[in-house]
Design a protein. Structure first.
Length: 609
């Protein structure tokens, strides 16, 4: 909708307070005196601000909120925010907002503690759409991957004025070509539900894939009283996964591999990934299972480096003298001065030696499962990493083979999701380690940016030196030419038999030749300097190309922090990236992260039918 005002005469406004105009693009005041066309070349008074949210008197008596049932187990994606009547955040999904501990601040580029800045909690509201009802209302997000899938939600009808009787009100849903809301057998606009003060179980069915669409609740006057946003599910994100078994190299290894595969199938891990976890982000995965993909390790060879034979568990390789270690990562880059080389890197390196000798990488997640546990001191039932961002490996150890959420947790790490916590009350060092990792990354980025800037300035100085020397050389060559012309003239005169000043001519010629010899020597030196400057520029180009590669990796890694903005108290949420005893849900901002990662590195999108 556009607003166009045509005024024949003058407009005079007397504004007691602020007169504020908001627009998505630039604001243009076109007249004889003033034209404002944006910050590049126009008049700027500060930066653009988001238009304030304005509540309208919608004349509604109730609002309708939605939550999953207690029996929900990840069958669909649902993300909702609950606020009180004063727009104070109460819950994010099932998680009390008091458990939100840190929020990443884009301006300061660090995690800000809620205890030091309570207002930063409100940043989480940006993840939800607020609609103009009489009460603060943030629309929940719904993702349904399977067409014809039916899901159940609780619908809570809440009076706008606390304590008012709403039993005479009525709730139905707008006609929708893609989703059916079913209440007591009635569908969408045919529903005439009368609130009774209790949560009402409703069914939502996806009857066809669609672009993002609103599922809208309305009252008996056809006024909107609630909404769910069903995200675009026309595309599915395909994620290839290859199962790789890791066992000891013994005469029994084939049987152990068969047992790992059999249990994986019996526990229906692939079904869990497709129907109770990754499906929330519209991800479809096909697990490639073939017993040939395995690593059989010699426990004697590995003992003391990546394996503890006495305890029968994997370890990380450390320097026996307490020094640093180096190793080659999946990108063939050497990692130097590391505290240790993780078993992740050993598994991946051995896999590449066995199955990727041709250099062609498996485009997907390599899911290693093993009947060996990890060093108990490491407390790792599974392991993966988000950095580098194209990391493609996840390991599930013996202790967690039957813990389904471990598979979704570790795969999601490889797809860019960090833990939902930033500190650990039981590990006072974790916060310091996390902050140090972030600060080290920022410092390295800054150092590389400074080095690149210094190189660019050095190249500019070299280019200017080359330009000046080139100009000097050209001038010298002109002088040499003029002297040579004079030499040629004197030589011609001196060769005349009747020329009387042969001695003087010889002196002049010798002097000119001597001058030219000196000038040519200067030009030779200029050539050497230019050669050195060009070599320096070639080196700078290589240095900056390497810096650019490093900066890209570092900025990509830094984006992992920026994308994983919200950190809750450890074990306080049901999020799959937490460590609670029950975890079964991702947040909508997490859906976007892993979808983007799949598009960038691992898979593709296909029509969702």
């Amino acid at each position: 909708m556009s607003k166009i005002s045509i005024v024949e005469g003058d407009i005079f406004e007397v504004v007691g307070g602020n007169d504020v105009s908001y627009a998505k693009a630039e604001i243009v005041n076109s007249g004889s005196n003033v034209i404002q066309v944006g910050k590049e070349n126009g008049i700027v008074h500060g930066t653009n601000k988001q238009a304030p949210f304005i509540e309208f008197d919608t004349q509604i008596a109730l609002v309708v909120e939605f939550e999953p049932l207690a029996s929900y187990d990840g069958e669909f994606g649902f993300d909702w925010l609950k606020c009180d009547d004063s727009d104070n955040v109460l819950k994010v999904q099932t998680d009390d907002i008091v458990n939100l501990e840190y929020v990443f601040d884009d301006l300061k580029q660090e995690y800000i503690s809620v205890s030091t800045d309570s207002s930063i909690v409100n940043k989480i509201k940006r993840e939800y759409k607020k609609i103009p009802l009489k009460l603060p209302y943030y629309t929940p997000w719904l993702s349904l991957l399977q067409i014809n899938q039916e899901i159940k939600l609780n619908m809570i009808c809440k009076p706008v004025i606390s304590g008012e009787d709403i039993t005479n009100e009525e709730v139905s849903f707008k006609k929708n070509d893609f989703y059916e809301v079913i209440i007591d057998g009635q569908i969408n606009e045919n529903i005439k539900y009368k609130p009774d003060g209790k949560p009402k179980e409703i069914i939502i069915k996806c009857i066809s894939s669609s672009k993002q669409v609103d599922i809208t609740a309305i009252d008996k006057n056809k006024k909107e009283v609630g909404q769910i946003i069903a995200i675009d599910n026309t595309k599915a994100f395909d994620l290839p996964i290859r199962l790789v078994c890791v066992v000891k190299d013994t005469p029994n290894k084939e049987a152990e591999i068969s047992k790992l595969i059999s249990d994986f199938k019996t526990d229906n891990i692939e079904g869990y990934l497709n129907k109770n976890s990754l499906n929330q982000a519209l991800i479809k995965t096909a697990v490639e299972i073939d017993s040939k993909y395995h690593i059989a390790f010699d426990e004697t060879d590995w003992n003391g480096t990546f394996y503890n034979k006495a305890g029968n568990y994997f370890t990380n390789r450390k320097d026996s003298a307490g020094g640093k270690v180096s190793y080659i990562d999946d990108n063939e880059d050497e990692q130097k001065n590391a505290q240790y080389e993780h078993i992740l890197d050993k598994f991946l390196r051995d896999y590449k030696t066995a199955f990727e000798a041709d250099g062609r990488k498996f485009r997907g997640i390599l899911l290693f499962i093993t009947n060996i546990k990890k060093d108990p001191n490491d407390k790792e039932g599974g392991v993966s990493r988000t950095k580098p961002v194209n990391f493609r490996e996840a390991i599930v150890f013996e202790t967690n083979l039957k813990n389904k959420s471990t598979y979704a947790h570790e795969i999601a790490h490889a797809l860019g999701l960090e833990h939902t916590f930033w500190s650990d009350i039981n590990d006072i060092d974790e916060l310091a380690k996390n902050e140090k990792s972030l600060n080290d990354l920022k410092n390295n980025i800054k150092s590389n940016e400074n080095a690149k800037a210094a190189n660019i300035n050095a190249k500019k100085a070299n280019d200017e030196n080359i330009r000046k020397n080139s100009s000097t050389k050209r001038s010298n060559e002109e002088i040499i030419k003029k002297r040579q012309a004079e030499i040629d003239k004197w030589t011609a005169e001196m060769n005349k038999t009747t020329y009387p000043y042969k001695r003087e001519a010889k002196i002049r010629i010798d002097d000119l030749k001597a001058q030219n010899k000196k000038t040519k020597a200067i030009n030779d030196e200029i050539d050497e300097i230019t050669k050195r400057n060009n070599k320096a520029n070639d080196d700078i180009k290589i240095y900056n190309e390497n810096i650019d590669k490093s900066l890209k990796k570092q900025n990509d890694n830094f984006d992992v922090y920026k994308n994983n903005k919200y950190k809750f108290i450890k074990n306080s949420t049901l999020n799959i990236m937490d460590y609670s005893s029950k975890i079964n849900i991702y947040a909508s901002w997490q859906w976007r992260i892993i979808q983007n990662d799949i598009k960038s590195y691992y898979g593709s999108t296909t029509e969702n039918k």
